[in-house]
Design a binder for this molecule. Structure first.
Ligand SMILES: CCCCCCCC/C=C\CCCCCCCC(=O)SCCNC(=O)CCNC(=O)[C@H](O)C(C)(C)COP(=O)(O)OP(=O)(O)OC[C@H]1O[C@@H](n2cnc3c(N)ncnc32)[C@H](O)[C@@H]1OP(=O)(O)O
Ligand SMILES: NC(=O)C1=CN([C@@H]2O[C@H](COP(=O)(O)OP(=O)(O)OC[C@H]3O[C@@H](n4cnc5c(N)ncnc54)[C@H](OP(=O)(O)O)[C@@H]3O)[C@@H](O)[C@H]2O)C=CC1
Length: 546
């Protein structure tokens, strides 16, 4: 099936230029609309605009496509904040600084629409449905639950049923030119090689939705492992179902599917290192920087398929342009990954994260940053005991003695839960075909290739990781860069505490275990004299060679 689909997609691509005479003016040698020109005067609907990727998408559209007519964003009230309040807070975010400077009235282009995606009809009012049906030209569907531990019913409701509802709404839009769905490169992580095709779903979504409807949450929880089969969580499972649901509408809509791998901090835009959450590797980096995470199960040699959020957004906008302009007959899937083109490995990530946090330490670190990743289960368990649980126990004991509430063990339990869910992705690697990503790049003008850059060959990983770590410090933890000298001083203090602790430990072991027994003392003297002999032998041989 996959080969058959690829062939069809190839055919579509080769005939694509003739299919859109109104945009490419038809005559040979005539100029195709650039990406920014295409978005000029267009009304765009975005779901998940308050999320990590959605915000960057909104910002980039406003910055690079200033002639865009309006951005309609579906937003729900949350945590006691009204929809309006949330959107107004979002626009005050530092992310929008350059847009704000360029056009202080940029907010006028953002039109929030109240919507709770898990409700029937996405709980959009009839008036808003009318408005959207009349004006929307492009839809970007970013909203999803990305939690790995989401109960299946909720993940299905948001990632699959809401997608279905949005597709129905899209079909009522009179001027719709493209529907871009954001999936994940891990939707098919049960395969080792992943092509840019939609694989048959693990189950017919309609049947699953019908059968889960009558089941109570307990039963669903019991059967979830059987249903998700060889996928690690409900997230990847429901994202795979969503792709199939989207593909079902390909005869009625112009659809593109973007599949990013692990989306990380921004590479360049709007500024390097922008990140605002603990998802994926960000939480792991922060935990390592704070000196809490000292060990994790990961394969040093496995490819860490990270991709910066600005590159994903650039590709998404280019995919919107291509889908609308070329109107491929079938859904084009873009695997948006780095591993096949510019690979970087978890072992290298570990090295650069730790050295970066040593240069730019986080405030009030628990211990000096120093993490070891290993694929060996037993070694990892050993280090968890020695480097996580033991220090947590000692620290909590200290807090208790000071009359304070113990907290470290609780933090470690949460960390272990989080990294336990990530290990599946850091312990193996996948191969993604990225032909459509390359094809899309080749379709862009040289100017667009710069303005909407997703050429992952240009990524300099050490520099990117450094900015990423600084980004977590500045934008996730809201720490000031001017406090770095104090943070360095704190690390020096921690190092001295460690030296003192180790010295006390050696003296204690000597007094309790060695000094009391003649045999232990003899063994000790024997080991020490052996060491001295080796040392003097090496010193003598190095003097001779010199
Ligand atoms: C030296 C470095 C070495 C590196 C070695 C290798 C690193 C490998 C790392 C990564 C591999 C990448 C795998 C991603 C591949 C797939 C990509 C995609 O397609 S989608 C995106 C992925 N989605 C997620 O990442 C959602 C994961 N998060 C969850 O599922 C939940 O948040 C969970 C289970 C981790 C926690 O759930 P709760 O209900 O217990 O708690 P809650 O409310 O979510 O968070 C509690 C606190 O913990 C923080 N937190 C959340 N996630 C964290 C994390 N990953 N690490 C540390 N803290 C985290 C939160 O900010 C919160 O903090 P407060 O209470 O507000 O102070
Ligand atoms: N981050 C990553 O590493 C990767 C992400 N992806 C995909 O990219 C897309 C965006 O991810 P990302 O930005 O990281 O995710 P976030 O969790 O940051 O954002 C999710 C967005 O969906 C919205 N949303 C969630 N539930 C509802 C609901 N019931 N009603 C209305 N809106 C809702 C959220 O709104 P609210 O603010 O109200 O919660 C938020 O705007 C997703 O489709 C994800 O699968 C793919 C690969 C990797």
């Amino acid at each position: 099936m996959s080969t058959e689909l690829s062939e069809r997609q190839d055919l579509d691509r080769s005939g694509a230029a003739e299919e859109q005479p109104d945009i490419c003016s038809g005559a040979a040698g005539s100029r195709m609309a650039s990406v920014a020109e295409y978005y000029a005067g267009k009304s765009v609907l975005i779901t998940g605009a308050t999320g990590f990727m959605g915000k960057v998408l909104v910002e980039k559209l406003l910055w690079s496509c200033p002639e865009v007519k309006a951005l309609y964003i579906l937003v729900r009230p949350k945590a006691g904040q009204s929809m309006k309040q949330r959107v107004s807070d979002m626009m005050k975010c530092k992310l929008f600084d350059r847009v704000r400077e360029d056009n202080p009235d940029f907010h006028k282009k953002i039109i929030p629409i109240s919507s709770e995606l898990t409700q029937p009809g996405l709980s959009i009012s009839p008036e808003d449905v009318e408005k959207l049906s009349a004006c929307i030209n492009i839809v970007f569907h970013c909203a999803a639950t990305i939690r790995f531990d989401e109960p299946l019913k909720h993940a299905l409701q948001l990632n699959v049923i809401a997608t279905q509802e949005l597709l129905s709404l899209a079909q009522r839009m009179h001027h719709l030119e493209a529907f871009i769905h954001i999936s994940t490169a891990y939707a098919n992580c049960n395969r080792k090689h992943i092509d840019e095709v939609i694989y048959p779903p693990p189950v017919e979504p309609k049947k699953l939705i019908e059968s889960l409807e009558w089941m109570d949450d307990g039963i669903v929880q019991d059967i979830t492992p059987r249903l998700i089969g060889d996928r690690p969580n409900t997230y990847t499972y429901t994202k795979a179902l969503a792709e199939y649901v989207v593909q079902q509408e390909q005869d009625k809509l112009n659809i593109g599917i973007v599949r990013p791998s692990i989306v990380g901090a921004s590479w360049q835009e709007p500024f390097p290192g922008w990140i605002d959450n603990f998802n994926g590797p960000s939480g792991v980096f922060i935990a390592a920087g704070k000196g809490i995470l000292r060990t994790m199960r990961a394969n040093n040699d496995a490819v860490a398929d990270l991709i910066p959020v600005d590159m994903v957004v650039n590709l998404t906008l280019a995919a919107g342009w291509y889908t609308a302009v070329h109107r491929p007959k079938t859904t084009l899937v873009y695997n948006c990954t780095t591993g096949g083109i510019n690979p970087f490995h978890w072992g290298e990530i570990e090295h650069h994260v730790i050295s970066s946090f040593k240069r730019n330490p986080l405030e009030q670190a628990f211990r000096r940053p120093n993490a070891n990743i290993t694929s060996n289960y037993l070694i990892n368990q050993y280090w968890i005991l020695v480097s996580h649980k033991f220090p947590a126990f000692i620290y909590d004991l200290f807090l208790r003695l000071c009359g304070q509430k113990p907290q470290m063990m609780r933090i470690f339990n949460r960390l272990h839960k989080a990294i336990g869910l990530l290990e599946y992705f850091s312990s193996q690697d996948w191969e993604w075909n990225s032909e459509n990503m390359n094809m899309l790049m080749s379709q862009l003008t040289p100017e667009d290739r710069t303005a909407f850059n997703f050429d992952v060959r240009q990524l300099n990983w050490p520099e990117y990781i450094e900015n990423y770590c600084i980004g977590t410090k500045k934008y996730v933890l809201n720490e000031d860069m001017s406090d770095i000298p104090a943070a360095r001083q704190h690390l020096r203090k921690l190092r001295n505490i460690r030296y003192t602790f180790n010295t006390v430990l050696v003296v204690f072991i000597w007094r309790v275990f060695i000094a009391r027994s003649q045999m232990a003392r003899n063994i000790w003297y024997f080991v020490v004299s052996l060491c001295f002999k080796f040392l003097s032998y090496f010193r003598a041989s190095s003097t001779l060679t010199n």
